[in-house]
Design a protein around this ligand. Structure first.
Ligand SMILES: Nc1nc2c(ncn2[C@@H]2O[C@H](COP(=O)(O)O[C@H]3[C@@H](O)[C@H](n4cnc5c(=O)[nH]c(N)nc54)O[C@@H]3COP(=O)(O)O)[C@@H](O)[C@H]2O)c(=O)[nH]1
Length: 759
C-alpha cells in the first residue's frame, strides 16, 4: 500500500473509531491497546496542558481505569522521569533500577521503563508511560514496532485534547455567564433596595443606570418610571442635573467630589442631600461615565438646623430682653465696657443715659400689665429710633432703660439727644383705645468727667435720674458732684426698700386698742417694720416718707393691707377675736382711683367682713385733697369698712369738711396726750377733741398713753378707747396669739381697777 493510501486508510479507521465515540471509551481503548502489547506490565496515559501533566487513565493487565488527576497527586509514576522525557524530544527508556524510577515501579519483573511522547516531539500533547518486563534492548525493539499505534494514539489524543479544551472553554463561558448574571442580579437588587439614590450617567448626560429610590417625586418627571435612557436634564431641574452629571461647579476636580446639596420643593420645604460623585473608567482607564450617590440627609439637617436655631435663641435670650428685644443688663454691661475702652483709646467721651418711665406704675395698675408691656415696647422702639446704630439702647428691667452714646464732644451733644428722647417720650401713644402720654425722666453721666468705670458712671446716672424725678419728672439732669451724697443715700435706701418689698423683708406688728370703760380689746393697729440685712430694724417713721416720695408706698401699702387681712383671717380661723385690724394709709395710696376696688379684692381674697378692717388716714392728708378725700371716704364707707382720722389735732381741719367726712373714729394725736396731766392747753385740746367727736357722733381714741394718770384722765373725760405703751407696745402676730387671753385678762384688770402697767 502506498504511503498515501495508508494515510487515507488510517484516517478512515481513525474516523470510524473516534468520531461519535464517548471520550471515556477512547481513553479505555488507548490504554487497552498499549496494555495488550506483550510484556507490558503497566500503562499510564498522560496529557500535557500548559506545562502541567494530567493522568487520564491507567491500565494494569486487564484492569483499566479512567482518571482525571494531577500527576503530582497520582504519585505512582516518577514525575521526574515524565519531566525528563518531556524535555528530551524523544521516547525515553531507562532501566527499572534507574534512580528516577526507584520505588515507583509496580512489579518485581519490571526491567525497563518507557516514556513515549505523543504529538510534536518538542511539544508533546501527551505521554504514554510503560513499565515493561523486557530488557532495555528488547523494549526498544518493541517500541520500534509500535509506531503505527503511536501515530494513531497521537491522533486520538489530539482529538480528545481539542474536545476537552472546547468543553473547558464552554464550561468557562458558562461560569462567566453565570457570574455575569449573578452580578447583574446583585447590582439590580442593590439598586432596587438602596435607601440612597444612585445614578450612572454617561459622558453625554444619559442615565445608564439608576436606583429605584427617587430623589424626590415631584422633582422627577419620570418619577414612576425608570430613569435609564433619559437625559439628566430631561429628568431633573438644572441644578440637580448638573450635580449628577457635571459635578460640583466650583470643584477643581469636576468628576470626583462630594458635597452637600439642597433644593426647595414646590411647598417651600428644603430638601438636603449629600452627593458623592466618582468616575467610572473602562479597561483602558478611559472615563466613560460617572456615578453619583445621593443620600437624603434632610432629617439630620433639619435637626441640626433646629438645634442651631435653638442655640441662637438661647444665646439671644441670654443677652436680650424678651419683651422689647433690646440688649439686657448683661449685654449692656459688656457694650459699656467696650465703649469705655474705645473712648479711653480715642480720648473721646461717652454718655450714659438712664431713663425711667414716669408714672409707669399708674399705667400698669390702671390699664393692666398687657398695656404696660405694650407701652414699654413702644418706648423701646422710639428710643432705638433716636440714636445712631453704634449707640446702645438696653432695658435694665421694669420701666428702666439705659443708653450708651459714644463720641460725645460736649454737653450740647448730650442735651440734643436727651431733648430728642424727651420729645418722642412725650408723644402720646394709643393703649386700649386711650391716648396715653407717658413721660420720661433721664439721668446722664459722662465719661470721663463723671467717672472712669462703668459702675461709677451708672451710679451717677442713677443719682441724676433720681434728681430729675424729684424735680418734676419729664426732664433730664446731668450729673454733678454736688448731687452725690444725699441723693446716693436716698437712692440706696430706695433700692433696698424696693428689694425688701420684693423679697419679704417687711413684717407687721400689732398694737392693741382698748375700750377704756370695760378694758376690752376692741382692735389692733397694724404697724410695718423693716428688718435690715445687718440685723437692725428700720422704723417706718424713717422709710415711709421716702416710700411716699418715690411712689414705693403704693406696693408697700398693698402688701401691708394684704398681710393684715391675711393675719385677721388666721386669727378668726383660730378663734381669736381681736376686733378690727387698723391699717395706716398714705395720702398717695388713699387717693388712687382704684383703691376701693383693691380693698374689696383683698377682703374677698381673705373672706373678711368689711367691718373687720379699719382704715386710718391722717388729718393732714385728708385735708390736703379735701374734695377728693370726701369722695374716696364715701366710697369706702359705703363698702362698710371702718374709717378713722389719725393724728387729729395736728392739721388744720376745716369743720365744714370734717362734717362731710364719713368717718367713725377720731384719734387724738399722742403729742397732746404726753403732757395732758401737766399742760392745761394739751388737756383743753384733748377735751375739745373728745367733745367734738362725740358731738359729731364719732368714737374717740387717745394715742400714746404711757401712764395710768393719762389713762385715768382720759377715762374721766369720756374718751372711748385708748392705745399706748401703757397697755402694750406693738407686738408680733404670734405674741398677740400666744398672750391673747392673758392680755385680755390683764387689760380688763387694768382698765377696771386702774392698776397694772404694760403687758
Ligand atoms: N402709711 C403707713 N404708715 C405707717 C405704717 N406703719 C407705721 N406707719 C406710720 O409710721 C409712723 C411711725 O410708726 P411707728 O414707729 O410704728 O410708731 C407707732 C407706734 O409704735 C407709736 N406709739 C404707739 N403707742 C405709743 C406710745 O405710748 N408712746 C410712743 N412714744 N409711741 C407710741 O406711734 C406710732 C403709731 O402712730 P399712729 O399711726 O399715728 O397711730 C407712724 O406715723 C405710723 O402711722 C404703715 O403700714 N403704713
Amino acid at each position: 500500500m502506498s504511503k498515501q493510501l495508508a494515510a487515507v486508510d488510517l484516517m478512515r479507521r481513525f474516523y470510524q473509531l473516534v468520531v461519535s465515540k464517548p471520550h471515556r471509551e477512547l481513553v479505555l481503548w488507548l490504554l487497552k491497546s498499549w496494555s495488550e502489547l506483550p510484556s507490558v506490565a503497566r500503562v499510564v496515559l498522560l496529557t500535557c496542558e500548559s506545562g502541567q501533566h494530567w493522568v487520564r487513565g491507567t491500565a494494569i493487565n486487564d484492569s483499566v481505569t479512567v482518571l482525571n488527576t494531577d500527576l503530582l497527586h497520582f504519585r505512582k509514576i516518577s514525575p521526574e522521569l515524565v519531566q525528563q522525557c518531556h524535555s528530551s524530544a524523544s521516547a525515553r527508556l531507562c532501566k527499572a533500577d534507574d534512580p528516577v524510577v526507584q520505588d515507583k515501579i509496580l512489579r518485581d519483573e519490571c526491567q525497563s521503563i518507557a516514556c513515549i511522547p505523543i504529538g510534536e516531539e518538542s511539544d508533546p500533547i501527551g505521554l504514554i508511560y510503560l513499565e515493561l518486563s523486557l530488557s532495555k534492548k528488547e523494549a526498544k525493539k518493541l517500541l520500534g514496532d509500535c509506531q503505527q499505534l503511536e501515530v494513531f494514539c497521537g491522533l486520538v489524543l489530539q482529538h480528545l485534547t481539542i474536545t476537552w479544551r472546547h468543553h473547558q472553554q464552554l464550561e468557562k463561558a458558562k461560569v462567566a455567564e453565570q457570574a455575569l448574571w449573578a452580578s447583574e442580579v446583585y447590582l439590580r437588587s442593590i439598586l432596587d433596595h438602596s435607601p440612597v439614590f444612585i445614578s450612572v450617567v454617561d459622558l453625554d448626560g444619559n442615565v445608564i443606570l439608576s436606583s429605584d429610590h427617587h430623589l424626590n417625586d415631584e422633582l422627577s418627571e419620570a418619577a414612576n418610571t425608570r430613569y435609564n435612557g433619559h437625559h439628566v436634564y430631561s429628568l431633573f431641574p438644572d441644578t440637580i442635573a448638573q450635580a449628577l452629571w457635571q459635578g460640583r461647579p466650583e470643584s477643581e476636580d469636576e468628576v470626583n467630589a462630594d458635597w452637600e446639596f439642597s433644593f426647595e420643593s414646590s411647598e417651600g420645604k428644603s430638601q438636603y442631600y449629600w452627593i458623592n460623585r466618582f468616575p467610572l473608567l473602562d479597561q483602558q482607564g478611559k472615563l466613560f461615565a460617572s456615578c453619583a450617590i445621593c443620600t437624603d440627609i434632610t432629617e439630620r439637617k433639619e435637626s441640626e438646623i433646629a438645634m442651631q436655631e435653638q442655640q441662637k435663641r438661647l444665646n439671644h435670650l441670654a443677652f436680650h430682653d424678651e419683651l422689647t428685644g433690646l440688649p439686657n443688663r448683661t449685654l449692656f454691661h459688656e457694650r459699656l465696657l467696650h465703649s469705655l475702652a474705645r473712648a479711653r483709646r480715642n480720648h473721646s467721651q461717652v454718655a450714659i443715659m438712664l431713663l425711667d418711665v414716669d408714672r409707669f406704675k399708674y399705667v400698669n395698675d390702671s390699664f393692666g400689665h398687657d398695656a404696660g408691656d405694650a407701652l414699654l415696647k413702644i418706648i423701646a422702639e422710639r428710643l432705638v429710633s433716636c440714636v445712631r446704630q453704634v449707640d446702645t439702647v438696653a432695658r435694665l428691667g421694669g420701666d428702666e432703660f439705659v443708653l450708651v452714646i459714644e463720641d460725645i464732644h460736649s454737653h450740647e451733644d448730650v442735651t440734643l439727644v436727651t431733648e430728642k428722647i424727651l420729645a418722642i417720650g412725650a408723644t402720646p401713644c394709643e393703649l386700649r383705645g386711650y391716648d396715653i402720654t407717658s413721660t420720661l425722666s433721664i439721668g446722664v453721666s459722662v465719661y470721663p468727667e463723671d467717672g472712669d468705670d462703668s459702675e461709677t458712671l451708672l451710679k451717677h446716672a442713677d443719682v441724676a435720674m433720681y434728681r430729675a424725678k424729684a424735680e418734676g419728672k419729664n426732664t433730664y439732669r446731668l450729673f454733678n458732684h454736688s448731687m452725690n451724697d444725699k441723693a446716693v443715700e436716698s437712692l440706696l435706701i430706695e433700692n433696698d426698700l424696693r428689694k425688701a418689698i420684693k423679697y419679704d423683708k417687711l413684717r407687721l406688728v400689732y398694737q392693741p386698742k382698748i375700750d377704756l370703760h370695760d378694758g376690752r380689746i376692741i382692735g389692733v393697729e397694724a404697724l410695718v417694720r423693716w428688718d435690715l440685712d445687718n440685723g437692725e430694724v428700720m422704723s417706718p417713721g424713717e422709710f415711709i416718707p421716702m416710700a411716699e416720695e418715690t411712689g414705693l408706698i403704693v406696693p408697700l401699702g398693698k402688701w401691708v393691707l394684704d398681710e393684715a387681712c391675711r393675719q385677721q383671717r388666721l386669727w378668726l380661723d383660730r378663734g381669736f377675736k381681736v376686733g378690727s385690724v387698723a391699717v395706716n394709709l398714705s395720702p398717695r395710696q388713699f387717693l388712687q382711683i382704684e383703691f376701693p376696688d383693691f380693698i374689696q379684692s383683698v377682703l374677698d381674697k381673705h373672706q373678711l367682713e368689711p367691718s373687720c378692717l379699719e382704715l386710718e388716714i391722717t388729718e393732714s392728708s385728708a385735708m390736703e385733697n379735701a374734695q377728693q378725700s370726701v369722695q374716696m371716704l364715701k366710697r369706702l364707707h359705703s363698702m362698710g369698712v371702718a374709717l378713722a382720722m389719725d393724728d387729729f389735732g395736728t392739721g388744720y381741719s376745716s369743720l365744714a369738711y370734717l362734717k362731710r367726712f364719713p368717718i367713725d373714729t377720731l384719734k387724738i394725736d399722742r403729742s397732746f396726750i404726753r403732757d395732758i396731766y401737766h399742760d392745761s392747753n394739751d388737756a383743753a385740746i384733748a377735751k375739745s377733741i373728745i367733745d367734738l367727736g362725740h358731738n359729731m357722733g364719732l368714737k374717740v381714741v387717745a394715742e400714746g398713753i404711757e401712764s395710768s394718770d393719762q389713762k385715768q384722765w382720759l377715762k374721766k373725760q369720756g374718751c372711748d378707747y385708748a392705745q399706748g405703751f401703757f397697755f402694750s407696745k406693738p407686738i408680733s402676730a404670734n405674741e398677740v396669739e400666744e398672750s391673747f387671753c392673758h392680755i385680755r385678762r390683764k387689760l380688763e384688770l387694768v382698765a377696771s381697777n386702774d392698776i397694772g402697767h404694760g403687758i
